[in-house]
Design a protein around this ligand. Sequence first.
Ligand SMILES: NC(=O)c1ccc[n+]([C@@H]2O[C@H](COP(=O)([O-])OP(=O)(O)OC[C@H]3O[C@@H](n4cnc5c(N)ncnc54)[C@H](O)[C@@H]3O)[C@@H](O)[C@H]2O)c1
Length: 342
Amino acid sequence: MTDKRIVGIGLVGYGYWGPNLARNFSRRRDCRLVQICDRSTTRAELARQHYPNTSVTTEYEDLLNDPAVDAIIVATPVDAHFHLASQALDAGKDVLVEKPLTSTIAEAEALVALARRRGRILAVDHTFLFTGAVLRMRELVAAGELGDIIYMDSVRVNLGLFQHDVNVIWDLAPHDLSIFQYVCGTRPVAVRAMGHRTHSDLHESVAYVHLEYGGAAVAHCHVNWVSPVKLRLSMIAGTRKMIVFDDMEHSEKIKVYDKGISVRDIDRDTYNQVRVDYRTGDMWAPKLGMREALDLEAEEFIASVRDRHQPRVDGEFGLDIVRQLAACQRSIELGGERVEIA
Ligand SMILES: NC(=O)c1ccc[n+]([C@@H]2O[C@H](COP(=O)([O-])OP(=O)(O)OC[C@H]3O[C@@H](n4cnc5c(N)ncnc54)[C@H](O)[C@@H]3O)[C@@H](O)[C@H]2O)c1
């Protein structure tokens, strides 16, 4: 790194998501977007138009060989993540990889080990973990505001872009799995997943995932690329309070409900005496930070690279999510059987 305070950034992949990363990293003062690489000449040309002061190339080696590039962001489709990220680490660069980290557990483990061996930063872009809503939900859960978690539930559906390399679970569920894990600070132990190919030549585009967390908590998520409407709705229910997170809301994205039940007087022989008390108290919408998630993420990544500390969402976290996705995949192949998560 030439000037320790200004981190040189290289970006590979300037398709749908890459421009969002370029926009957020290019406007920072603590880094410089040195090079953008896309092997498509059309996308490279577009990058050139958007960033006339940044070098643009179609050859990844140009990023690897550029001493002004300290860190590389990998924003290509998932099937190229491992190859590009491992080359970057081997070239002595720090790396931020798009979610999901890789398409297999073995690849993710190898990347984590390689980063450790080389003394390099490996971060993963689980963007939701940088949103005001998710950060606030984590605070509320950690403060015991919800009581014990009973269940989590999430719906992430729209008329989505079919990916050539992965199914809807690998594309969309990383968001829900990362939110569940980060907000509740616990990882699932087993999964059952059902996937459906709505079009026989394409990957599964509708899927239902059921996760067990040991103890009493369960989670369920529905991801779908073939929905007429866009829904981004999650619920986290605790014994004391419940949260609804609606990402389609402009303001008041999360609402905390003082609602729940308590059960007393169960006669287990007849169930005649089941008495359920309902609590329907207030609802409030906490004020949230409205900063763009990728802006906070860029700040944290640059700080990790500059100050040489582990990122908050690091390779280990990314590996954990890949383990969950791989277990979902295995369960789909087994027709929805319960699969323990490695
Ligand atoms: N964090 C988020 O919320 C979020 C949202 C969307 C996509 N993503 C992730 O971003 C990644 C990219 O998704 P996308 O939708 O932008 O894909 P995309 O297909 O629109 O764009 C990928 C770009 O990478 C280029 N590319 C592919 N292989 C390359 C290589 N070897 N060298 C150079 N360029 C190469 C392609 O030409 C293309 O322009 C995926 O991992 C996806 O999961 C994350």
